[in-house]
Design a protein around this ligand. Structure first.
Ligand code: ATR
Length: 272
């Protein structure tokens, strides 16, 4: 069997082996997929050992996405622009870096949540690694505008500059967030991981039809609670994005695309 793995630390709760195992069964692919919790300074060595063992590819999650990108000899455009990689392929001794996080987000919004991005006004909170991974696929989906707001304003401006050739971007700090003229509000900050709320009020949701939390498995985060109180039609966490990025990596490795709907249904926890 061909061997794949997810690298990260911690990995205690990772759903990736389950998801890829089910994808393999569904598509009749002979592969094994394991979780490798590398030590904080040991990612490069452990990836190397995995390659020597015959590994064909890997997913990479926190905190190794930037290092994975740096180690790769070939980088696809999305990884290049994100400056980080969540999927690697080993080919003839070379490491190829991809990034399917943003692709997964956009697929989930468009296909599973049936919310078009084309022509919509999108607000993204955060300008860290997660936001950088999401920016290009969002812009490629053709929104009317993408507004990037971050606590450290300079990072929001830097993201705008990095992606300005791909679409209309407005950047600023939370103080610049005026009336809620947004159709889709995405929380790409890591605030929810600590139960915090970025400094927004209900006003940002005034016209929003979808509030999307990139974190998953946290139930109703402070961000989603505020959106719910503001009567946003549709609330979502990142579980669909997780499954969609997994399917994109699987297709990249194996040349066959698994269905994602049944898997999302299986691992979705109701947002209540
Ligand atoms: P990740 O890879 O999850 O994106 P990161 O690169 O450390 O992690 O970025 C974290 C993001 O969440 C940043 O945009 C950060 O804002 P700063 O750049 O100003 O630090 C944002 N963030 C974290 N906690 C936050 C909070 N309580 N309120 C607002 N933004 C927050």
């Amino acid at each position: 069997n061909d061997l794949y793995a997810v690298f990260g630390n911690p990995l205690g709760h990772t759903k990736s082996p389950f998801i890829h195992g089910e994808f393999a069964r569904q598509t009749a692919q002979n592969l094994d997929y394991i979780a490798i919790e590398a030590s904080p300074g040991g990612f490069a060595a452990s990836l190397d050992a995995f390659k020597i063992l015959g590994g064909k590819g890997a997913n990479v999650t926190a905190p190794f996405k930037v290092e994975a990108f740096a180690l790769a000899g070939d980088r696809c455009q999305r990884a290049e622009l994100a400056g980080a990689s969540n999927a690697l392929k080993f080919e003839d001794g070379r490491i190829i870096a991809e990034n399917f996080d943003g692709v997964g987000l956009v697929a989930d919004i468009r296909e599973n949540l049936c919310t078009p991005l084309r022509g919509r006004r999108v607000l993204m909170l955060g300008a860290g690694g997660a936001a950088r991974g999401a920016a290009l696929p969002i812009l490629e989906a053709g929104p009317a505008s993408l507004t990037i707001i971050n606590r450290t304003v300079a990072k929001a401006h830097a993201l705008r500059e990095r992606f300005s050739s791909f679409g209309d971007i407005v950047s600023g700090g939370y103080a610049d967030l005026g009336a809620g003229d947004f159709d889709i509000v995405i929380n790409a900050t890591s605030a929810s991981l600590r139960g915090e709320l970025p400094p927004i009020t209900e006003r940002v949701f005034a016209r929003a039809g979808l509030a999307y939390e990139l974190a998953y498995g946290k139930g109703l985060t402070p961000f989603l609670k505020l959106a719910k109180r503001s009567s946003v039609d549709r609330l979502a966490d990142g579980v669909g994005m997780l499954v969609e990025q997994a399917a994109a990596a699987f297709a990249w490795w194996r040349g066959i695309r698994p269905a994602t709907g049944p898997m999302i249904e299986k691992i979705t926890v109701p947002l209540i």
